[in-house]
Design a protein around this ligand. Sequence first.
Ligand code: HEC
Ligand code: HEC
Length: 388
Amino acid sequence: MKSAISWILVLFLTVSVLNNCLNNSVKRDIREKTAFMDKLRTLYSSGNSSKWPKPVLDPESLSTFSEIGHLPEISFPPENPYSAEKELLGKTLFFDPRLSKSEQIACASCHDPELGWCDNRTSSFGHNRQLGVRNAMSIINATYAKDLFWDGRVRSLEEQSQKPIEDQKEMSGHMDLATGKIAGIKGYHILFEKAFGDKTVTKDRISKAIATFERTVRSSASKFDKFIDGKADLYTDDELMGLHLFRTKAQCMNCHNSGYFSNNTFENVGTSLLGEKGEDLGRYLITKNMGDAGKFRVPGLREVSRTGPYFHNGSMATLQEVIEFYSKGNPEYSQKRQTIHEGILLKSEKSGMVRMLELSGKEIEQIEAFLKTLSSKVERVTIPELPK
Ligand code: HEC
Ligand code: HEC
């Protein structure tokens, strides 16, 4: 009897000692984690990015790397300087469907300010409700893109604005016809005169005015901008950890960097579907360099929570899907990565910077939470009255 009691006592003592140890180690873990998060919070909200933890980068990304941060000021080219009158004219043209053949489709039909300046469709409906092949890009912050469109086929906003007017699937018009139509609208004369000094309507002036307006469409300060400027409490722990993962373990910064969250290069993340329905050769179509088959422009990520669906073909509906895709390193089937185009065998070579990341479910959520902090408050855009 006595020995049974002492055994119970020994057992009881052992369990309580073990329990105590476990409790202490859990407490220590929590303390360490809290200290780590506090440290990250202090560094990232210090207002000085040189104090941030070092990013995890591949050697091949170094030449195009610059730290994430605020967007630079807008700059206007000397051959098309800013004026408020030119901006107003450009804005009016941007919302005017009379630039299209059917007089039904304006730039704003596919670049709607209420839909993040795109159309939130996989691909866009254009003239006669024809479906285009690519996902409409948002025009917000396009002023920071070096080359425009998913394949970079255009180098300036001035040159760009004529393309959709003439695209048979988009506005299906001709720039000269559109120019003639605008010139015939009396109410435009005064707007051209204020913007350019006389009322002559030319396609060059139309392009310049639209480009001027587009340059002004820029993100205002987001939660991210305010947090890194010192508002340390603005971020939740998940958003903070998401920022840290974006710069380190998830290696997004290899391509999505600078204040624009793009290094303005073309990369192959294995989305071109060569040899399959929907194949898109991307940058190759412009350069004809075999190494460019399947490359697309690295898009900026500001406002990204408002501009889905994602990728050049709108193939991903949510940010979670996109991050999961990167986490798995986009396992493409090798036999499907080639195609014969105009008699030339082309292969898609996925970038070595897209690899298995093995992010946990929690980490994927945290990166998504961080990406959402890159959106600024939706500003109400007053639609200009169309001249008669
Ligand atoms: C029918 C829908 C549609 C219409 C109308 C349209 N766009 Fe687009 N826009 C698109 C699509 C789709 C893309 C991407 C095309 C590509 O990459 O090949 C795009 C891309 C752009 C880009 C490139 C953004 C970037 O970051 O590279 C700009 C700028 C732009 N459009 C401005 C305009 C202007 C200005 C007009 C009116 C003159 C206009 N769009 C009319 C669908 C449209
Ligand atoms: C090797 C360069 C590279 C790396 C690394 C990379 N991206 Fe991308 N990202 C791209 C390119 C190129 C596209 C466009 C692909 C397409 O349209 O088919 C893209 C598209 C996206 C889009 C869609 C944006 C839109 O407007 O459609 C999101 C979101 C995104 N990336 C987030 C991330 C995140 C998060 C990471 C890190 C986990 C990451 N990227 C890592 C190059 C990269």
